[in-house]
Design a protein around this ligand. Structure first.
Ligand SMILES: Nc1ncnc2c1ncn2[C@@H]1O[C@H](COP(=O)(O)OP(=O)(O)OP(=O)(O)O)[C@@H](O)[C@H]1O
Ligand SMILES: [Mg+2]
Length: 338
């Protein structure tokens, strides 16, 4: 059994998503002569041996700096891009083995919400038609039932009056309303699992908290498993039962949210935590600053990938492997020295 499967111990049968040893390597584009002469083709190891699981009705936050591989994880597990290796199960279905045709049918069970709703919606289609579209593709219900379902979901996501919104175009909505449309479209087929990739990052603060609240409500109401990808630890804290911290293609720490905030173990997690702004100006939080720049993913440091920036790095870090060590039953970290 994977140690990360222990997150939410006791009810493994409730796992909606199980990812084991996921890898996604992108071949690096080289000038043709160099590519011809090189025996070993250089790869960007965007996701390098990741394992986790997500239970019904729970959200796993995936946090980390830009370029750590979060989007690549989200896209790989629903096969918007083809994983290099690994096992992926969603709702007990082996996603890796599905043919194109089977995958198309299975897509009603998992959906993705992107950062920019304007880019995900067809500007020439009314939002009603956009949201009906997945029901048509999957041949769910009669035309009358489909329209009724869309109106019902519009009410749920607070696009009210639903009948009036049905005939509007994306440009006639605010950013927050557009993201509500994308959420409506994501839940219209009653999926088991949703990937949210920085879905609230473009919204201003007040609208962001309303959309986060909506996500929390639909997660509860539809008993959804969520992979919640974000830069923003505060949003992850609000939505997620568990959080995984990524650095250069690896999970460096994974724990229940409360535990991670109260007892961050890995130096990288501590750095992320120390950079969260605090509202009380009298409370002086010690800020830990990482050294230098994030290394190139084509030229990773040996041993711990974080060692070149870690304020506590020592000689032994050059040789450690980054497998997750148990801190307690539900808390794992990749730093053996801390
Ligand atoms: N199609 C691709 N071809 C080559 N390299 C890619 C491709 N997509 C992503 N990468 C590389 O994989 C690494 C991880 O990228 P990814 O977009 O997953 O990071 P991220 O954590 O989502 O970053 P951000 O927070 O900026 O969205 C980066 O080094 C990126 O350059
Ligand atoms: Mg991303």
């Amino acid at each position: 059994m994977l140690i990360t499967e222990k997150l939410g111990v006791g009810c493994m049968a409730d796992n909606v998503v199980v990812v084991k040893n996921l890898k996604k390597y992108f071949p690096l584009k080289l000038p043709w002569l160099e590519a011809f002469l090189k025996k070993e083709k250089p790869m960007v190891k965007a996701v390098d041996d990741l394992s986790f699981s997500i239970k019904k009705g729970e959200a796993l936050g995936l946090v980390g700096e830009s370029g750590s591989g979060k989007t690549t994880v989200g896209r790989s597990i629903i096969r918007l891009i083809e994983p290099t290796d690994g096992k992926i199960e969603i709702g007990k279905k082996n996603i890796i083995n599905l043919t194109e045709n089977e995958l198309r049918k299975e897509r009603r069970n998992f959906q993705i919400i992107f950062q920019d709703p304007m880019a995900s919606l067809n500007p020439y289609m009314t939002i009603g038609k956009s949201v009906i579209h997945p029901l048509e593709i999957h041949n769910i219900g009669t035309p009358k039932e489909r329209k009724e379902r869309v109106l019902e979901i519009f009410e749920k996501v607070n696009l009210i009056p639903a009948k009036e919104f049905f005939n509007r175009y994306p440009k006639q909505l605010s950013g927050g309303q557009r993201q509500r449309v994308v959420i409506a479209r994501a839940i219209i087929t009653n999926p088991k699992f949703i990937v949210s990739d920085e879905a609230t990052a473009m919204l201003d603060v007040s609208v962001r908290s309303q959309v986060l609240q909506l996500m929390l409500e639909i997660k509860k109401e539809y008993d959804l498993a969520f992979l919640f990808i974000t830069h923003d630890l505060a949003s992850a804290k609000y939505i997620c039962e568990n959080i995984a911290v990524m650095y250069l293609g690896k999970i460096v720490e994974i724990a229940p949210t409360k535990e991670l905030f109260e007892n961050p173990h890995h130096p990288y997690t501590q750095i992320l935590m120390s950079s969260i702004p605090v509202p009380d100006p009298n409370f002086k939080k010690k800020k830990i600053i990482p050294k230098g720049e994030i290394p190139s993913p084509t030229n990773m440091p040996t041993g711990c990938r974080f060692r070149t920036r870690c304020p506590y790095a020592k000689k032994e870090c050059e040789d450690v492997d980054m497998s997750l060590q148990m801190i307690n039953e539900r808390h794992f970290s990749a730093c053996p020295f801390f």
